[in-house]
Design a protein around this ligand. Structure first.
Ligand code: GLN
Length: 260
């Protein structure tokens, strides 16, 4: 089997080791004998979404988000079609914000998004920074294929954002990913974190998020393979002892309120 992974704007949106998500996906596929090709998709490049099995976009500073946002509008239709066709995508922080309706920065600039998520983001004076733990709303969806996994109901990561994201309360289109146990999440007010629409996931979790959350990584891989090969796929189990130790260590740090 083979997966073609598209990395959106790796030259502009890549902070807090977001690139590690691509490495993690590739490595988990490699261990299972699944071939992976990574393709960068950046400014002025046409996005032929049908050629991809999975897309990833990382976080960025407001300045980079402004540049990306203009280009993203030229890819908006393609990305919306891709979302409708159940293409799995992971967007973290800066990309997550741009997959909503808009991000209004502290300088009052309204950076337009592409409205895949029914959500908007407004910068606050408060920097929401630190280790974060969330409880998944739908943990049975995200089971990893590990030989020694723990209870897979949480996600861990590191967040750093000024933006507060609000999901529409009335729309059934966008669900929240989880509830904050420790940290800020979407806005530090309503206890929610992240968003999910069809197979598109948005989250504030950096770190990078996937190596310490193999259940999320495996869900993306499994979903991409099942969509591509049109059959149910059971991934080969991996020895994730270190990954789950890292997950537990991150929970402890977050609960102590420590950054490292
Ligand atoms: N610039 C955005 C904010 O501060 C996103 C930051 C990020 O991607 N970590 O909210």
């Amino acid at each position: 089997m083979e997966l073609i992974i598209g990395h959106l704007y790796p030259d502009l949106l890549n902070i807090y080791s977001d690139m590690g998500n691509i490495i993690c996906l590739s490595q988990r596929c490699h261990w299972r004998g699944i071939k992976v090709t990574i393709k960068a998709i950046s400014l002025k490049q046409k996005l032929e979404w049908q050629k991809y099995d999975l897309l990833f976009g990382g976080g960025g500073q407001d300045r980079q988000q402004l540049i990306v946002s203009q280009d993203l509008q030229t890819k908006a239709l393609a990305l919306r079609e891709a979302a409708q066709s159940n293409l799995p995508m992971l967007t973290t922080c800066g990309s997550y914000q741009l997959f909503g309706h808009y991000f209004k920065t502290a300088k009052g600039i309204k950076i337009p998004g592409i409205s895949i998520f029914d959500a908007y983001t407004i910068a606050s004076q408060q920097r929401q920074i630190g280790n974060i733990v969330i409880k998944l709303n739908n943990p049975q969806k995200f089971q990893s294929f590990s030989n020694n996994s723990l209870k897979q109901t949480t996600l861990v990561g590191f967040e750093n954002h000024s933006g507060k994201t609000y999901l529409s309360k009335t729309s059934r289109k966008t669900q929240t990913l989880g509830q904050v146990i420790k940290g800020f999440g979407n806005n530090g007010e309503d206890g929610t974190e992240g968003a999910i629409y069809k197979n598109v996931v948005g989250t504030y979790l950096h770190g990078p998020v996937l190596p310490k959350n193999p259940h999320l990584a495996d869900w993306l891989i499994k979903t991409a393979l099942e969509r591509k090969y049109q059959r149910s796929i059971k991934l080969q189990a991996l020895d994730d002892q270190l990954e789950w130790q890292a997950h537990q260590a991150a929970i402890k740090l977050a609960k102590k309120g420590k950054i490292w």
